[in-house]
Design a protein. Structure first.
Ligand code: ZN
Length: 355
């Protein structure tokens, strides 16, 4: 039997116990240790979906997790019981036109764990025991906590965003970067921009707590725009001083400010996601801004795991709370309270296995 954290409908999250079957060919059974709560999980719970994506049937949440292999099926590669693994939630079909072009994130038949995009929904990873394809398990050594390893998915998203931005703007080294929104994605974009040598990294948010963590992740300056919005005026001088923006808030005021601060021919990488949002097209056009959408990740996942395993990106600094799964309601409430939380995780019984 395994416990699962299942959303039945808006504001109806239940911890249930159910049987599970062992791993089949090419699969392994994982004792899940840690699972990070993402903004999408919170939107599913609080709003019943995100934009046009609606929760239409019960769904086990979670797409950021790590654990320990406890059993392997036939043909499961080099995985063995006891291996500690980060879990890649992405399963592209490998056969459609986008998979053929190595743009698997746009797969026409993508199965992404814990996503309500397709029907039937792809069930997620918030559970004590999970059967998953061996190919989606990336080994981590004993030196990294499974809580840190569970941050590989959001770090992959940010690696992809930086790669997208650099493809347009050139290397971030020596550039002046603005990160709007200091949640987990903003914190990780900050850490990666620092690693790639950005000369200045300005981070904005509405909360002092999240900005404090952004400084630990490498921000050279933080501005609380709820209380000190005037501090951003200097970046609007002479048509804008910022070379590259990572917009991680999906908030209209932040987007407007970011465009005001961007220099002509600057790059705005849109990482945060929302439904329809107002956009000052006159500024976008007048300054010839490169507006770059950033969707999930492909090959970045193993690189993210390596950056965490080597301690290069201090992901544990952004984990502000870990709750046992039976306290999922409290965990989701904490995650939604941005005045005290950046990344909140659930702990499953695999955390004992890995100890
Ligand atoms: Zn495909």
């Amino acid at each position: 039997m395994t416990r699962v954290c299942r959303l039945h409908a808006q504001n109806d999250l239940r911890i249930e116990t159910e049987p599970f079957t062992g791993p089949g060919p090419g699969e392994v059974l994982v004792a899940v240790s840690a699972g990070g709560i993402c903004g999408s999980d919170m939107h599913y719970l609080q709003d019943g979906g995100i934009g046009t994506i609606r929760v239409r049937e019960p769904i086990i949440l979670g797409h950021e997790a790590a654990g320990t292999v406890v059993a392997v099926g036939p043909d499961a590669g080099d995985l063995a019981p006891g291996d500690r693994v980060a879990l890649n939630p992405s399963q592209p079909c490998g056969a459609c036109r986008f998979c053929a072009e190595e743009q698997e994130r746009h797969c026409l038949n993508m199965r992404f764990k814990g996503s309500a995009m397709r029907l039937p929904h792809e069930q997620g990873m918030f559970r004590d025991r999970l059967v998953i394809r061996a190919a989606q398990c990336i080994k981590v050594g004993a030196e990294v906590s499974l809580s840190a390893a569970a941050c590989a998915e959001p770090l992959s998203v940010c690696l992809h965003a930086l790669n997208r931005a650099e493809a347009v703007a050139g290397p971030l080294a020596g550039k002046r970067v603005l990160v709007t929104g200091a949640g987990p994605i903003g914190a990780l974009c900050t850490a990666l921009a620092a690693r790639r040598g950005a000369a200045e990294i300005v981070v904005t948010d509405l909360q002092d707590r999240t900005l404090g963590i952004a400084r630990e992740m490498g921000a050279t300056r933080t501005v609380n725009v709820a209380t000190n919005a005037d501090d951003m005026a200097c970046y609007e001088a002479e048509k804008g001083q910022i070379d590259v923006v990572f917009e991680c808030s999906a908030a209209a005021p932040a987007l407007r400010m970011a465009l005001a601060c961007l220099r002509p021919l600057g790059t705005l990488a849109q990482v945060g996601v929302a439904g329809e949002i107002p956009l000052p097209l006159n500024v976008l056009v007048g300054k010839e801004i490169h507006f770059v959408g950033c969707q999930r990740f492909d090959a970045e996942f193993p690189e993210a795991v390596a950056l965490i395993a080597s301690g290069t990106i201090p992901v544990e600094r952004m984990v502000t709370g870990v709750y046992p799964v039976e306290q999922a309601a409290e965990a989701f409430a904490a995650a939604a309270d941005r005045s005290r939380s950046v990344k909140v995780q659930l702990a499953f019984d695999g955390s004992e296995v890995s100890a």
